[in-house]
Design a protein around this ligand. Structure first.
Ligand code: R7I
Ligand code: MG
Ligand code: MG
Length: 313
């Protein structure tokens, strides 16, 4: 692997890692029916690998930050809603929220229409790496902004907890923090028992450098659509494969089954934050839908970040 990775390269790596993970994982998501259906949507008209809601909502979030310089929840809610297309494979509750917002319902009402406490799906976590790019210098602010961006569609505390943990991991990866220190911090930041237990197990596996099989990973950490069944899994995978190749990460994660696009997307962004764009295979980038648009968004986020850092210093 190429060794030198500067911050700009890590920004691109995080966003491209997220989108590529999504597109490479999507054909392996769910059961027979989901996989069969995806065959009809898996390519763009020009033959590129198509991504799903995970990337669409991350693009929406990035464009919204670049436009507003902050998280403007009302603006972001409308942006999410206007990008909605059922063929991107949004979760059922998320689809309802976005359709309601399009009809003029406030996001504060729409996000509790299906579940009283709000959705506990991983739809907030899958876009939180974008916020890590902008707010990695301040962990409290990062958690606050992730909460704001998540609750528009996912008000449940578990969805927010998962999103904060994924975002914090990306932020620590951008700063090249040691693996064991990262997983210890994830454990420290976990609030609920379900996240804590999974973080504890990941710590043990990583400390002992164990060669856990995909089946065992899914059984113990989860591979489902709920934040509590996928966020720690993706964090563990991103950390375990940080010194291996991007292809090895994707190959292993595909075998974990379940919500594969989101597991590959979240772990892919963590991997990209560690290793940068330079270490992502060029042929995969060339084969990705809107690859240059995503790269250019990452470059613009980097410019915004530099301006923020200059203001602080
Ligand atoms: O979280 P969300 O946006 O889904 C994202 C996933 C990702 O894997 C995407 O790639 C896409 O494939 O979908 O979607 P939601 O619809 O908000 O939540 C996903 C599912 O979690 C729901 O359809 C429910 O099955 C479940 N769920 C809940 N079940 C019980 N009680 C979410 N919240 C609850 C709940 O409170
Ligand atoms: Mg998806
Ligand atoms: Mg998914």
């Amino acid at each position: 692997m190429k060794s030198r990775t500067d911050l700009k390269d890590k920004f691109i790596g995080t966003f491209i890692g997220l989108s590529l993970g999504d597109a490479l994982g999507a054909p392996y998501e769910g059961g027979f029916i989901e996989r069969f259906l995806w065959k009809f949507f898996s390519k763009t008209p020009t033959g590129k690998m198509r991504w799903t809601d995970d990337t669409q909502m991350s693009i929406d979030l990035a464009e919204s930050i670049l436009k507003k310089n902050t998280i403007d929840q009302n603006y972001l809610a409308l942006k999410f809603a206007s990008s909605y297309k059922w063929s991107r494979g949004y979760g059922p509750a998320a689809s309802k929220v976005l359709k309601s917002i399009s009809k003029g319902v406030s996001w504060k009402v729409a996000n509790r229409q299906t579940y009283k406490e709000g959705s506990l799906g991983n739809g907030g976590a899958m876009r939180s790496p974008i916020l890590a790019l902008i707010y990695s210098q301040n962990h409290d602010l990062l958690a606050k902004e992730i909460t704001k961006a998540t609750q528009i569609t996912h008000a449940h505390p578990q969805a927010i907890e998962g999103a904060v943990l994924v975002g914090k991991t990306v932020s620590l990866a951008l700063n090249n923090i040691d693996t064991i220190r990262i997983i210890n911090m994830v454990l420290k930041y976990s609030n609920t028992e379900i996240f804590k237990k999974k973080a504890e197990l990941s710590l043990k596996w990583l400390e002992d450098n164990l060669d856990i099989s995909p089946k065992e990973v899914s059984k113990n950490l989860g591979n489902g659509i709920k934040a509590a069944d996928s966020c720690i899994t993706a964090i563990y995978l991103g950390l375990r494969f940080r010194s291996k190749s991007f292809n090895e990460l994707i190959k292993f994660t595909r075998k974990c089954g379940g919500d594969v696009d989101t597991l590959c997307s979240m772990s892919g962004s963590i991997w990209g934050a560690f290793n940068g764009f330079n270490n992502i295979p060029k042929e995969l980038f060339d084969d990705l839908e809107d690859a240059n648009r995503i790269k250019s968004l990452a470059c613009n986020l980097y410019k915004t970040k530099i301006q923020i850092l200059e203001k602080i210093n």
